[in-house]
Design a protein around this ligand. Sequence first.
Ligand SMILES: Nc1ncnc2c1ncn2[C@@H]1O[C@H](COP(=O)(O)OP(=O)(O)OP(=O)(O)O)[C@@H](O)[C@H]1O
Length: 596
Amino acid sequence: MNQRLALGTFAVLLAVIPLIPGMPVFWVTLLGNVGLAALVAIGLVLLTGVGGMTSFGQAAFCGFGAYATAVLTATHGWSPWQALPVALAVSGFAAVVLGLITVRLSGHFLPLGTMAWGLSLYYLFGKIEMLGRHDGISGIPPLSVFGISLADPRAAHYLIWTVVIGAAILTTHLLDSRIGRAIRALRRGQIAAESFGIDVARTKLIVFVYAALLAGLSGWLYAHVQRTVTPAPFGLNAGIEYLFMAVVGGAGQIWGAIVGAGLVTLLKEALQRVVPAVFGTSVQLEGVVFGIALVALLQVAREGLWPHIVGLLPARQRAAPKPADLLARRAPVAGTDSALEIGRGEALLVLDQARKQFGGLVAVNDVSFKVRRGEIVALIGPNGAGKSTTFNLITGVAALTAGTVRYDGVEISGTSPRVIARHGVARTFQHVKLNPDMTVLENVALGAHLRGRAGILAAMLRLDRRDEARLLAEAAHQIERIGLGEHMMKPAGSLALGQQRMVEIARALAMDPELLLLDEPAAGLRHFEKTALADLLDRLRAEGMSVLLVEHDMGFVMGLTDHIVVLDFGTKIAEGPPEAIKTHPAVLEAYLGGAA
Ligand SMILES: Nc1ncnc2c1ncn2[C@@H]1O[C@H](COP(=O)(O)OP(=O)(O)OP(=O)(O)O)[C@@H](O)[C@H]1O
């Protein structure tokens, strides 16, 4: 039984349950509640488990959806289906407003921020006259589909679960796409993601709104199933429960959200029956036992339940794409290699009196140099000389205190890493910044992000497959190029450090850059790997690419580069061809001190 069959079996079970003779309506209603909660939890998995943004306030978005449809249908006589787009728009708009404020928060301020609006919106719902204050709104009409009323929970069950399974499938598709990779990069590799042209703030907002829309949809369904809304189900407590569902199911697992929703809902229900029977009704211990049970569960299954469930299923039948198949789909990139030939020898990158101060420390002291087209330039100097800071000034990671950086005649100082990436500047990092849980192929495909077009809707509806195949083919080509083809489908975190550095180079090449910035590319590489890297850079230069590298391995630098710039204490002390630098007195003094 493969996973698709498992899903099919699950769907059939769901379809059959209401038809079982004698099945109490109560159980069908409970299953519907699981579905409604699962819808919110799917959004939370994307937001928290995948995107790394913890939200305690998700229940409030259910409230927006539920109250919007309650007002429109119960008070103004709209049909539920007419009210649906408005309910979603209200939830989405609230998410944009709250998201613009919240997603920029980092660390513990983000969850605290979500708690703050979770609490305040709950009180707001209970204060507004139009929303019926704490009594809420009743008399909400039931849903009907093609004239069939869904007032009976058994009928509503089918709609709820069709929506849940549909949402899970669409969200799974979304994650397996160009935008999905960008979302997955949010958790660990934000600086790297920006350096490859991914708009991190926008991507965070997209995820935030997506999760809120699912919550709003759940709220809309809830209102028409319950037929009455009050503030209680949309408060902070409910927000915490949704978060539990997402985490218990398996924080990064879309299908785990359904498992988590089922477990938490059923556990709560069971405890409400069992605990009073054991301890009596005078002490309300259900909440305490519920909390202890969930904490104990998370101790046993730290990654949530879904990985354990998947472990019980037979291995995934869908084979990983074969590198050769991927490569076969690679289309030649229009106007790259030949375009690089144009203007060889002209200045491409120009630093003019670039300066960076950290308080009183001058890390980069009015440094000027050029990188010409088709040239490999090395930036060398003792530890703390200012090399990485200079890289950060060029790539927009750090802002200049004074001076300018021009790229291809355009001033790029003061612009963001994303904009600089769009100019055709790709980089690697001194401390490797890969997403260890993503495969090598996916990591490298992140580098090709700007070369793809498909948006979020295309990804969800699987209309992006041609675009996706092209990006993966390009990534596969670059991985083959650096000699790591056999590792393509492994998690990047499982590779040796030297190999991870090479993967970063492949990722940078996947961007199809004109200028490649490499921060200590040979660090951690074995001798034969350094030789292979030097050969690769030599070939890239022959193709017309420009390279600026920071490197401590002098043998590597002297044998490869055309031009060397030497920094010491932030100041340029020499520049010239390798032969001149080897014997330059100031360089010998800086590296060897008085012994020179
Ligand atoms: N964010 C920062 N805040 C304060 N000081 C910093 C910051 N970043 C770098 N520095 C300081 O600036 C100086 C230059 O650091 P930088 O990392 O650019 O040197 P480097 O030549 O790359 O060194 P290494 O070869 O050891 O990586 C150092 O004195 C460093 O401590």
